[in-house]
Write a protein that binds this ligand. Structure first.
Ligand code: CU
Length: 603
């Protein structure tokens, strides 16, 4: 860590906090020493967070890094830049100048990320009680990392977000152990400091993680050209009122801006360009890395929706966990993709006779108090006949930055892999407990809204990192959760460390919403629950989920709405998973949180 920067932050603190801060400086130094030696800071990189693409530009795969010999070592400098519209752009830069690279790992690998927070210090506004992981006070410039969707440990230096704080000038090292049975597919990383998630994600500080090997679980994708497509959202310049075609947020596709009628001088949406060779089939791996924008993806030829062959949802190949292997791809004509969800599907290039082929997001009815997410094109397909690298990486870019490896095509099927079935048997496992959780919102006298991720039978509380867990579950069990929406806008249920089986989507239509296609019976980490129409005689829309605690991960972690604005304003809560031997020992789960990486050996 950089002591100089820490000292700069201290004068802003009250004397009592100063002593605490000093204690924490020592604690951070100690925690940094849990490895062989303290990690060396990653210096700031020149020209950070480039957003150099213009409207209509050709979509390129992001730069990519690959693990070797079971380890992917990454060094990140967390930086910012203010753009021409006075928006703060945020990013993770490697010393070589790669921005938010795609991180390729294999099941069983370790992802080791050394990250230095090189953003300017801002006042620390919230104290997090011990046990801490890193600093004990957080504020608008604090950082940590969440490895969304990965079935990894919620312990310090792994995928822990409640107590992990990396303040300006500090350096922290993650060592995230991917389980050997991790399903191959698309995951992502983003900052997860409470209250700061929307700003960091909209600043663009995120990238995707690919657990490689999907071709040996679902051979339908063998050798296909793969497109990693990352949709992000950001403020519309000038923040015009979001009505009609003016969206609540603008979006980008791999940082190519999708201009909207909300932008100065723009009257219609301007999509990016996406290249395909004539007659080819491509494997599109789409991450909704927006903070707030709900997507409803559709692939359209001259106004006619085309078949999308779903291969994976939220990192899990469809049909891969149960019944006959390999699972059958699911054919849909649109796919609802809430913020933080991922979907992977095969599409065919348009015939030459098609005038206009586009990937669009349909308009989303987010409810009477929700955002305006109008229909808009994301990319227009351009048929070209150029080589692999130029097609995926653009004419100018090569694959040299990717350690000499090309991520332009998924691997070629070699032998069927039956080992990535982490959730097999979930649907027939006995249910140990049933719970009802619900989304709620309350306005105070000033009109400020607080958001709640509540559990039936308990008082509603906004998220507090210092509060005890709302739910205690036992490792080795399976629970059935009903998640209800009791508000007038859509919410997106996400739980860390594990996936759930979507059993059913209920009472959507009576409230004016539609069930999402393709997801019932699949294993997700993020699921949408549409708005309640406020008619007291109508039941709350809800989803029924089988939640899988049979894995090795114990400790405290969070579940929340993944519309980041809602999460930041309180719609999050903590679950504690206790090993069966010590169920009833209330201190045990907390110990797991602040402990050194050695706690990972509990696994
Ligand atoms: Cu929400």
């Amino acid at each position: 860590m950089n002591l100089e920067k820490t000292w700069q932050a201290i004068p802003r603190l009250a004397p009592g906090v100063l002593i605490l801060a000093l204690i924490q400086v020592c604690a951070v130094a100690r925690s940094a020493e849990t490895g062989d030696s303290a990690p060396a800071p990653v210096p700031p990189v020149a020209d950070p967070c480039p957003r150099s693409f213009a409207a209509r530009d050709v979509v390129q795969n992001p730069p990519a890094l690959f693990s070797s010999n079971g380890v992917l070592n990454v060094r990140f400098s967390y930086q910012h830049r203010i753009d021409a519209n006075n928006r703060e752009m945020l990013c993770f830069m490697t010393p070589e100048g790669l921005q938010n690279p795609t991180l390729h790992v294999s099941p069983g690998d370790h992802l080791i990320i050394t990250v230095t927070n090189n953003t300017p210090a801002l006042p620390l506004t919230m104290t997090v009680n011990p046990p801490n992981c890193g600093a004990s006070s957080m504020g608008p410039s604090s950082l940590n990392l969440h490895y969304h969707g990965t079935n990894t440990s919620p312990t310090c230096h792994s995928d822990e977000v409640i107590k992990t704080t990396i303040n300006s000038g500090e350096t922290f090292q993650y060592n995230v152990a991917f389980p050997a049975d991790e399903p191959p597919g698309l995951y992502w990383y983003h900052p997860h400091v409470h209250g700061q998630v929307e700003h960091a994600v909209q600043g663009g500080a995120n990238g995707v993680i690919v657990v490689d090997g999907i071709e040996n679980v679902q051979p339908a994708v063998s050798g296909l050209r793969q497109r990693l497509l990352i949709v992000r959202d950001q403020e519309v310049p000038g923040e015009p009122a979001p009505v009609g075609n003016v969206p609540a947020w603008d979006v980008t596709l791999n940082y190519v801006p999708i201009l909207s009628p909300g932008d100065p001088g723009v009257t219609d949406f301007v999509p990016a360009s996406l290249q395909m060779q004539p007659e080819e089939r491509q494997f599109w791996r789409v991450s909704n890395s927006c903070a707030d924008t709900i997507l409803d993806l559709q692939y359209v030829f001259d106004g006619v929706p085309q078949t999308m062959q779903l291969v994976g949802i939220d990192g899990v190949p469809v049909g891969s966990q149960d019944s006959t292997q390999p699972g059958q791809p699911i054919r849909v004509r649109h796919f609802r993709l809430p913020p933080a969800a991922r979907v992977e599907f095969i599409v065919a290039a348009p015939p030459a006779s098609v005038q206009l082929a586009q990937l669009i997001t349909r308009g989303v009815d987010t409810g009477p108090i929700g955002d305006n997410d109008p229909q808009r094109p994301l990319a227009t397909i351009k048929l070209v006949d150029v080589g692999d690298a130029a097609l995926v990486h653009g004419a100018a870019a090569g694959v040299g930055a990717n350690q000499g490896r090309d991520d332009g095509r998924v691997g070629v099927f070699s032998a069927f892999n039956p080992h990535q079935r982490r959730f097999a048997g979930l649907s027939s496992a006995p249910v140990a407990a049933r719970r009802t959780l619900y989304f709620d919102e309350k306005d105070d006298a000033s009109g400020e809204t607080t958001f709640f991720m509540a559990a039936e039978g308990q008082p509603e509380q906004p998220f507090d990192p210092n509060a005890p867990a709302s739910i205690v579950a036992t490792q080795g069990t399976v629970e059935e959760w009903t998640v209800e929406n009791r508000t007038g806008e859509n919410h997106e249920f996400h739980v860390h460390q594990l996936h759930f089986l979507v059993e059913s989507q209920n009472d959507f239509e009576i409230n004016g919403a539609h069930r999402a296609p393709g997801i019932t019976g699949q294993y997700l980490d993020t699921v949408e629950v549409p708005y309640w129409d406020q008619n007291p005689s109508h039941p709350f829309p809800n989803v029924k989920l089988l939640v899988d605690f049979r894995g090795p991960d114990i400790g405290n972690f969070v579940y929340h709405c993944h519309i980041a604005e809602h999460e930041d304003k309180g719609m999050m809560s903590v679950i504690e998973v206790r090993p069966p031997a010590v169920a009833g020992d209330s201190a045990r789960g907390m110990q797991a949180i602040g402990a050194s990486p050695a706690v990972g050996s509990l696994k």
